[in-house]
Design a protein around this ligand. Structure first.
Ligand SMILES: Cc1ncc(C[n+]2csc(CCOP(=O)(O)OP(=O)(O)O)c2C)c(N)n1
Length: 325
């Protein structure tokens, strides 16, 4: 079955809109960071939006995700409140974590966002825990874990895959291979060509896909989610992609060969879907422009909300430290 034909115009335009929301959100953040309005570590995923949106389009509200330090897109795609996200990134009281978590520790339990992680690879174990709890409770839910190629070289990744396969847990591991862990290229850190081959060592299926093709992401993750929901265990999906900006704000990116970024920009995942919508006469140019404008407006509103929210008080440091009944 051609997955493109199984998606309605509404589904496709929502995907297109959601990718623009993520890109606008993050490009605004880069600007806010330079104006000293957003704090802490800031890792954006511009260029990688199809993975977040294509994967999360398969999930129910009660399903969970666990993400990495580069997780804004995943949280947004899973339905985290945009205004609360923006306020959190600006360290304001109305943020999803009351302004005390920030980019790398953002959580929205109301939509199953179990959290971003500042520790590379740490999310894998949390995802396995979430999936184990679904299994023990007899719930037909799934946890999706997003992480990078660097994380796939941590001990946590290997331990987590082993346990998930052993207990046939409902978890989908999605490795976003964007070619670099900080400044170290994938080729300089890993002997194999494909991370997905590691799945075989643990007794689960593994596949490598084009992470900039939202149809491929949607279909592959959809099959893995269904497999997990039916009790048939985990899958490892390696989605090959590229981050347009540096690892951190101010990264000079001297480790990139000339022309590499430009080549990847030609594979812009948003433009890919835009071209599909236009070529197949699903949208007219005016509709495309309207969706882009609507995404820009939603981000501007989120920013207004965040800027109007106060900063936490010093005394707030001592709340939310321990579980309170
Ligand atoms: C355990 C651990 N080691 C090192 C770091 C420092 N660090 C932060 S991000 C990063 C690179 C992660 O690369 P990857 O997993 O490929 O994700 P990407 O940044 O490419 O999305 C490193 C080494 C860390 N946060 N945690």
């Amino acid at each position: 079955m051609d997955v493109t034909t199984s998606l309605s115009k509404e589904q496709l335009t929502k995907m297109y809109y959601d990718m623009w929301i993520i890109r606008n959100f993050e490009e605004n953040l880069l600007d806010l960071y330079q104006k000293n309005l957003a704090y802490g570590g800031m890792h954006v995923s511009v260029g990688e939006e199809a993975i977040a949106v294509g994967a999360c389009a398969n999930l129910k509200r009660e399903d969970t995700i666990v993400t990495s330090h580069r997780g804004h897109g995943h949280c947004i795609a899973k339905g985290a409140d945009l205004k609360g996200m923006m306020a959190e990134l600006l360290a304001r009281k109305d943020g999803l974590c009351k302004g005390k978590g920030g980019s790398q520790h953002i959580v929205d339990m109301s939509v199953g966002v179990l959290g971003a992680q500042g520790i590379v690879g740490a999310g894998c174990g949390i995802a396995v825990g979430s999936a184990l709890s679904f299994k023990i409770r007899g719930q037909k839910n799934v946890c999706v874990n997003f992480f990078g190629d660097g994380a796939a070289n941590t001990g946590s990744f290997h331990e987590s895959l082993n346990m998930a396969a052993l207990y046939s847990l409902p978890v989908v591991f999605i490795c976003e291979n964007n070619g670099y862990a900080v400044s170290t290229s994938f080729a300089r850190s890993t002997k194999i060509d494909k991370i997905s081959v590691r799945a075989g060592s643990y007794g689960m299926p593994g596949v490598t896909i084009d992470g900039n093709n939202i149809f491929e992401v949607y279909k592959t993750v959809g099959e893995a989610v269904e497999r997990a929901r039916q009790g048939d265990g985990p899958t490892l999906i390696e989605a090959v992609t590229y981050r347009w900006y540096g690892h951190y704000v101010g990264d000079p990116c001297t480790y990139r060969p000339p022309g590499e970024l430009e080549r990847w920009k030609e594979k812009d995942p948003i433009l890919f879907l835009e071209k599909y919508l236009l070529a197949n006469k699903l949208c007219r140019q005016e509709e495309i422009d309207g969706l882009k404008a609507a995404a820009g407006k939603a981000i501007a509103e989120a920013l207004d909300y965040a800027l109007a929210s106060p900063e936490p008080e010093p005394a707030d440091l001592f709340t939310d430290v321990y579980f309170e009944k």
